[in-house]
Design a protein around this ligand. Structure first.
Ligand code: MN3
Length: 208
């Protein structure tokens, strides 16, 4: 019997919980088809591979940058990115950050209004599929975008929250209006508690 290697993580809320900003239909397809597909493909690719015994983060690191493992990297990273994206949102989220993230964002760019403008601008300017992230690096925070499945941890950055910029993330609800989707993410969905928890965990890791 073949053991399942990676499993699709549950959404941290109901499929309809982010309405009206993200529809139940979008979340159902995005989690139940796209995310599930990445996990299923990864399991197929890893059948009989030495990487199959490793945690997902290790599969990502050990496949990043190797041409013969590009498809493994893409599917492993997309599996990880989507789980991180679901956690980057919550019903009733959005608005001003709290805690340490608030201070870092203020140091970075002034206030939440300036942050939202910069985040929206970077999301709009990103060409093609990818992700936008708030990351921590060297004790500061900054906005970065990545292409396709690429992700901050392989570049020495700690991801705090992310938003999916692939068209499948917003096309049913917003058609080609990526900017409206990103505004809804910032104003109603982003989970600053998750960002603060990721920042706290990165401090702990530095002490180890
Ligand atoms: Mn996606």
């Amino acid at each position: 019997m073949e053991l399942p290697m990676f499993t699709l993580p549950d959404l941290p809320y109901a499929e309809a919980a982010l309405e009206p900003h993200i529809s139940e239909q979008t979340l159902s397809l995005h989690h139940g088809k796209h995310h599930k597909g990445y996990v299923a493909t990864l399991n197929k690719l890893l059948a009989g591979d030495e990487l199959a015994a490793l945690p997902l983060e290790s599969v990502i690191r050990k496949s990043h940058g190797y041409a013969d493992r590009q498809t493994i990297f893409n599917n492993a990273a997309q599996s990880w990115n989507h789980d991180f994206f679901w956690k980057s949102m919550k019903p009733g989220g959005g608005g001003s950050p709290t805690g340490e993230i608030k201070h870092l964002v203020e140091q970075y760019i002034g206030d939440i209004k300036a942050f939202a403008a910069a985040f929206s601008k970077a999301a709009a300017a990103h060409f093609g599929s990818g992700w936008i992230w708030l990351v921590a690096v060297d004790g500061a925070t900054r906005i970065v975008t990545t292409h396709d499945a690429d992700l901050p941890p392989v570049h020495g950055q700690t991801p705090l929250v992310c938003c999916d910029l692939w068209e499948h993330a917003y096309y049913l609800d917003y058609h080609n209006r990526r900017a409206d989707f990103v505004t809804a993410f910032l104003e109603h969905l982003v989970n600053w508690d998750f960002a603060n928890a990721n920042l706290a965990a990165s401090h702990e890791n530095l002490k180890k």
